[in-house]
Design a binder for this molecule. Sequence first.
Ligand SMILES: [Fe+2]
Ligand SMILES: [Fe+2]
Length: 347
Amino acid sequence: MNPNFARIVLRNLVRQQNRALCNYSNAYFSLPSLRSSEIVSSRQPSCFAFAISSWNRSLSSAPATETKPESKDEKEISVSDDRKRDLDKVPQSGIMTSSYWGIERPKLTREDGTEWPWNCFMPWETYKSDVSIDLSKHHVPKTFLDKVAYRTVKLLRIPTDIFFQRRYGCRAMMLETVAAVPGMVAGMLLHLKSLRKFQQSGGWIKALLEEAENERMHLMTMIEIVKPKWYERLLVLTVQGVFFNAYFILYLLSPKLAHRVVGYLEEEAIHSYTEFLKDIESGAIENIPAPAIAIDYWRLPKDATLKDVVVVVGADEAHHRDVNHFASDIHFQGKELKEAPAPIGYH
Ligand SMILES: [Fe+2]
Ligand SMILES: [Fe+2]
């Protein structure tokens, strides 16, 4: 075939295809649906302009009511009654109210009948802390791994003492960003193990995730009391990056050592909160009113103070201490966690 003839045939084929694409775009994206800023200067909009306008439309958060359908086909598109009700809720500002497809949250109230203000936790997740728990209990390190865990935690305390000294609010904030990691890592790994081996976990996944959530609520409370500075936030980022990965690897290698480390970390947390309490009682730290989130989460009296919060958080830490030493003991006996019922439902 003559190469010039072949080139002409090919060019005509490409032109025909472009024209067909433009016609399809004209039919699918009608011109009135474009916003004025999207209308290009040429009288005949190009395929490129239509493609851009359609992409803009798909990204736009503007409500569907903004565009009035003009063609008969568009008017015939039916909208279900539920969806119509949703569209009716669109405020004049154009911001769509989240409605989870028309399902509204049931009205929740506190015990005194006032409206429940929190979305981050529900009334059935709140509890009264068991403050009778023994705070002074200590697991005496006997085995080699126990001693490794104990010394590791004592070593980690040195930079913490130097950096925070007696600023117990900031210290607690930092501590909680770390303390909420092990439960999540261990719970996640047990979850994957349960899926992988088609085995029940004995409730340990739930128990460890409950611990992580409880620690995170400690942090949400502390953040209401302490406003961290930029370098403290940077420290949190760094420590989380290192600690998450280190604990993940440690748990894969030796869950008994990992749980023992957490048991001793919790003992240190109890010590920190006990010192925090002493400073409140001595007047070195002002006993300010308890944050609203703490009053609802621990079902504290309305006139509760920071001292009450520190007492219940310390009791939680004692519970975590016992759970993690227990988990480590199960492993030390050569058993798996699922063989002993998990202490769930405490938090
Ligand atoms: Fe905590
Ligand atoms: Fe804890």
